[in-house]
Design a protein around this ligand. Structure first.
Ligand SMILES: Nc1ncnc2c1ncn2[C@@H]1O[C@H](COP(=O)(O)OP(=O)(O)OP(=O)(O)O)[C@@H](O)[C@H]1O
Ligand SMILES: [Mg+2]
Length: 325
């Protein structure tokens, strides 16, 4: 793999008013994420992530689900041509997956045992940004393996191999998580763990992504589903975003146990294009995930935002609104 060869002005490349410059690679290799031209950067999060790349800081992006944490890091990497690999630290990832294990391989026709390095030693020795997604869901054995690498020049000992690995000068480490490491306080994130404070302490920068102002969220949806960028389409998207905002409010006051994330709004808009039916798409994208007891509340939100009933599919054939475009 190559090395970064040029410095990119953050002001020019990301339109953020800062003198920060960040190294970039000349060429894209297979691990560089594809650029998503419709992606909208959040200046504070972008700056934190860029500082992570430029100054080898360990950066955590925290926020509710579907707010764009994982893709934010990926999209910054994409613009620096920086190879970026995501690992989902769900409860199934074990220490051996991360570090590596002995495996039987064929060599000159004979079966021999060889150590196959895991993703962590692999990435550590390369100019790669490693992103641990769902960091707060990682198992304790995994977290202790990561702890050592979190220090900037943290070397990494492969115990079984009696080898000490030095990190590559352009190895970077990021994490995303839904909680702040205090466990499942909101009840939304089952499977998250309390993070050890010594562990949290090793992250140098923490940035949060929250839901965006409605106009911004609508712009993201329109960028994703450009077919809706007509006057009635825009109106429809504004109502969809308003409905999502109501579910978030309802969730905050305890009326609902589920909320619509920006990801759900995008999915709903995309599904509308598949079914040519706003309501059916809504049912399939969100309503069917709700507890039956809460569907009436959601239906009322729908009525408020669209000015018409969310009749069950089939019963609504008369309401010319079924073809919502
Ligand atoms: N600022 C944005 N601009 C464009 N698209 C966005 C933006 N934020 C989120 N999205 C889109 O929303 C979806 C969800 O984003 P992403 O997977 O990064 O969320 P997340 O915060 O990592 O969620 P989770 O907590 O569930 O992992 C993606 O399809 C992404 O492209
Ligand atoms: Mg994510």
């Amino acid at each position: 793999m190559q090395e970064p060869t040029r410095m990119l002005s953050v002001r020019d490349a990301f339109g953020i008013d800062t003198d920060l410059e960040v190294p970039a690679f000349a060429e894209r290799c297979e691990h560089v994420p594809a650029i998503d031209a419709a992606y909208r950067f959040n200046p504070q999060a972008t700056l934190a992530i860029l500082a992570g790349f430029a100054h080898n800081r360990r950066v955590v992006v925290q926020g509710l689900h579907g707010t764009g944490k994982s893709t934010h890091i990926e999209q910054v990497a994409a613009r620096l041509n920086w190879p970026c690999v995501r690992v989902n630290l769900d409860g199934h990832i074990s220490r051996l997956d991360l570090v590596g294990k002995d495996a039987i391989v064929l060599e000159e026709g004979k079966q021999v045992t060889r150590f196959q390095e895991g993703i962590l030693p692999w990435a550590l020795q390369r100019p790669v940004a490693l992103v641990f997604d769902e960091y707060d869901a990682g198992r304790p054995d995994v977290m202790f393996v990561i702890q050592r690498v979190l220090e900037r020049d943290g070397s990494f000992t492969l115990l079984d191999q009696k080898k000490v690995l030095q990190p590559h000068a352009h190895f970077r480490l990021f994490a995303t998580m839904n909680t702040l490491g205090q466990g499942n306080l909101s009840g939304l994130y089952h499977g998250t763990q309390l993070l050890n404070h010594a562990q949290l302490d090793r992250w140098n920068l923490v940035t949060s992504l929250d839901y965006l102002p409605p106009a911004e969220e609508a712009a993201i949806v329109l960028a994703r589903v450009p077919q809706l960028a007509t006057p009635p389409g825009r109106e429809q998207v504004a109502a969809m975003v308003a409905l999502a905002a109501l579910t978030r409010k309802g969730f905050a006051v305890g009326d609902l146990s589920l909320l619509m994330s920006p990801r759900t709004v995008i999915t709903w808009a995309e599904n509308t294009q598949i079914f040519h039916d706003l309501r059916l798409a809504f049912e399939l994208s969100f309503l069917n995930k709700c507890e039956p007891a809460e569907r009436a509340i959601v239906a009322e939100y729908f009525q408020r935002c669209f000015g018409s009933e969310l009749a069950r599919h089939g019963e609504a054939a008369d309401a010319g609104l079924l073809q919502a475009h």
